[in-house]
Write a protein that binds this ligand. Structure first.
Ligand SMILES: C[S@@+](CC[C@H](N)C(=O)[O-])C[C@H]1O[C@@H](n2cnc3c(N)ncnc32)[C@H](O)[C@@H]1O
Ligand code: SF4
Ligand code: SF4
Length: 276
């Protein structure tokens, strides 16, 4: 395999009320409907474009310096690549100097490469869906797409990575998964991902659970102050340590199963200000 896995970076970093990383999410509209998909991706999914209001809220929440990272996912970002390219240009014009990662299934390879080539700072990379790149757990992307992406990676080493093979019990979860049994499905500790800003204007605490509307995840809306979002994210991380993980350990459950099936048994984190 030409593509390499990337190491994840330090979790929970907040500098002067700005998050080191933020996910942006325009809905779960997708050209696939993977059996395990954490966001219920589907051709029948919802979708709302990135707008100036959404990107302004993004710019006040994430670190703008070289180490800041914005992660575009979905759904499938290549289904409206023009809007993604416009969003990256807007972020650059407004001073975002960090890196951008596009999570994609790679099927629309030509469009994905257009997104990667469009960044004036040349700091946009891709991360491919493990199952669709390898054929383990989903049907593999067309050969032509794979060849195009492999050739690009060989020409631009480190630009196109492959996602982690692990699947978590969120969204459609682990039960319908039909891939190799060698893929790990049990994770007792929350990976503590950075939050998401959806194009519906909500800050959600978890990119895997973004379609879960429970109050436990609602950090605030796009009008919230950066201080409120960072305070609420710290409250969420504290809740993971003091409430969620002890419950998972006590009941011998994978971390995401607790969020998927047991939140009604757990108190909501102590959030400040407007929550939904
Ligand atoms: C939700 S997808 C959206 C972007 C794009 N459609 C894709 O598949 O890469 C983002 C990432 O989440 C991963 N993913 C989806 N369901 C998952 C699950 N149940 N557990 C772990 N990762 C999952 C996908 O493999 C992909 O790498
Ligand atoms: S994992 Fe990605 S490609 Fe598969 S259905 Fe979900 S959003 Fe679509
Ligand atoms: S344990 Fe909960 S918060 Fe952590 S990744 Fe899983 S669904 Fe998200």
């Amino acid at each position: 395999m030409v593509f390499k896995e990337r190491k994840s970076r330090e979790k929970g970093v907040i500098e002067e009320d700005r998050l080191l990383e933020l996910h942006v999410y325009p809905g779960n509209f997708c050209n696939r409907d993977c059996s395990f998909c954490t966001v219920f991706g589907s051709p029948k999914g919802w979708y709302t474009e990135y707008t100036i209001e959404h990107l302004e809220a993004t710019l006040k929440t994430v670190c703008l310096h070289e180490n800041g990272t914005l992660k575009f996912y979905g759904g499938e970002p290549t289904l409206n690549h023009e809007n993604v390219i416009w969003a990256i240009h807007y972020l650059r014009e407004k001073g975002f100097r960090g890196s951008v990662v596009i999570y994609s299934n790679g099927i629309q390879a030509e469009r994905l490469l257009q997104i990667l080539d469009a960044d004036p700072l040349d700091k946009t990379t891709a991360s491919l869906n493990y199952s669709i790149a390898t054929g383990d757990g989903a049907s593999q992307m067309p050969k032509r797409s794979l060849q195009m992406l492999e050739a690009y990676e060989l020409d631009h080493p480190g630009t196109i990575a492959i996602g982690h093979p692990d699947i978590v019990d969120s969204g459609r979860g682990v039960n319908p998964f039909t891939g190799e049994e060698t893929r790990p499905v049990i994770n007792s500790k929350c990976p503590r991902c950075y939050p998401v800003l959806t194009t519906e204007g909500k800050f959600h605490a978890c990119p895997f659970a973004v379609e879960n509307k429970a109050p436990h995840f609602q950090l605030g809306d796009a009008m919230a102050t950066p201080a409120q979002i960072s305070t609420n994210f710290k409250a969420f991380l504290n809740w993971l340590d003091t409430v969620h993980e002890p419950f998972a350990v006590e009941h011998n459950l994978p971390a995401c199963t607790v969020c998927q099936q047991h939140l009604h048994q757990l108190p909501v984190p102590s959030f400040e200000g407007k929550k939904d």
